[in-house]
Design a protein around this ligand. Structure first.
Ligand SMILES: [Cu+2]
Length: 69
């Protein structure tokens, strides 16, 4: 299992937190996504044999968020 943290712009409330969590956890290979509203970031635990961070950005953008890094 690998963990990465993405900086996400556009999270403003608990609804956004839920949307970010759902967008990421819907990707096969993502075990858990833990967004932080305060930090404007999301920690992602994933299986690197199944997915990679390059898959995370399109899913977040589709959900209406911008990934800064
Ligand atoms: Cu919101």
């Amino acid at each position: 299992m690998t963990t990465t943290t993405l900086i996400v712009q556009g999270m403003t409330c608990d609804g956004c937190v839920t949307a970010v969590k759902r967008a990421l956890e819907g990707i096969p290979g993502v075990k858990e996504a833990t967004p932080s509203l305060e930090k404007g970031a999301v920690k992602v635990d994933y299986d690197p044999s199944e997915t990679s961070p390059s898959s995370f950005t399109p899913s977040l953008e589709a959900a209406g968020f911008e990934v800064l890094s």
